[in-house]
Design a protein around this ligand. Structure first.
Ligand code: MBD
Ligand code: FE
Length: 305
């Protein structure tokens, strides 16, 4: 939390840091005291979005006071709470969760086992194959699991949210269903880390704290399978200098798979014969008292392919 406000960080405005630090601490305490749920937090986050769209922040500030802390490492904090809840019921051994982030788009075409997801040319990005096996805690492959992934292009931009308009809606976004072997594979291009829009409100706030707004290169996942809990996770691209300096605090030791060099990409239809390969296996966890307690309801973008 001191990190989020960059308290004693040597740069930024000390008073601003002190205030943000206090508000975050109070907000986290309120979440604990009232056991505020992820859905309730999401309703609040969405409210702030709407508030800005409506141009009524000043109106609310007059009547109620402004919710400044929301969004700053908050999503990571909710993960920490879910980790603790899992530990309390002895639920261990699944692929660790990490934050969803704001850039998922529902509706990617669902393919069987393998999907090529680089729809648009990207001269600066080399081919990448991401693959693995979906299993339960018993290590047995799960058939019929749906693995969704989404990631940025070589400019750090996500399709559907790309300010340059250079990408089709589902570029670098995929969904596959596993067969009996539990395997999934995405044929894609190597992403580059995301940076907050330099002129946006988020970066303005970070500037005030003396913090950067960048993430290491990463790939997001949703994994769903019948009677298991939905997994929300990401991996980082090994070697990225920002791996332990992510403005969203999503990095976890277990989520930095090895990147290996391979040849034979031509036979796979990749843009070059030499390609990078990442094996990322996904272990799902069982329902808790018959319920998926890690489903988070929030407004999400959607499109039709
Ligand atoms: C991203 O790509 C992301 O994953 C997060 C958490 C925030 C901003 C952009
Ligand atoms: Fe992301």
């Amino acid at each position: 939390m001191k990190a989020a406000a960059n308290l004693n960080g040597g740069s930024g405005d000390a008073r601003f840091q002190q205030i943000v630090h206090r508000l975050l601490g109070d907000l986290f305490k309120a979440i604990d005291d009232l056991d505020i749920t992820p859905d309730e937090v999401r309703a609040g986050v969405n409210y702030l979005n709407k508030l800005g769209q409506d141009g009524e922040a000043a109106l609310l500030a007059a009547g109620l006071g402004l919710g400044l802390g929301l969004g700053l490492g908050l999503e990571k904090y909710l993960d920490i709470r879910m980790d603790a809840a899992d530990k309390a019921v002895g639920l261990e051994g699944g692929t660790p969760r990490t934050i969803e982030g704001p850039l998922y788009v529902a509706g990617a075409p669902l393919r069987e086992s393998v999907s090529r997801i680089d729809l648009n040319a990207d001269a600066d990005a080399g081919p990448l194959v991401i693959h693995g096996t979906v299993t339960g805690l018993d290590g047995k492959p799960l058939a019929g699991a749906v693995v969704e992934c989404w990631h940025a292009n070589s400019k750090g931009f996500y399709s559907h949210f790309d300010p340059t308009g250079a990408q089709d809606d589902f570029n670098l976004r995929g969904a596959v269903r596993t067969g009996a072997d539990g395997k999934y594979e995405f044929r894609t291009l190597m992403p580059v880390g995301y940076g907050c829009p330099p002129q946006g409100s988020t970066q303005r706030l970070l500037d005030g704290l003396g913090r950067h707004g960048n993430r290491p290169a990463h790939v997001h996942f949703f994994v769903t399978s019948g009677d298991h809990r939905k997994l929300t996770t990401q991996f980082n691209i090994e070697g990225d200098p920002l791996i332990w300096d992510d403005f969203a605090y999503a990095t976890r030791e277990e989520l930095i798979p090895s990147v290996t060099e391979k040849t034979g990409g031509a036979a796979l239809g990749l843009k070059a014969d030499a390609y990078k390969d990442i094996e990322f296996n996904l272990t799902l966890t069982p329902l808790v008292q018959g319920k998926d307690n890690q489903i988070v309801h929030r407004p999400r973008a959607s499109a039709t392919a």
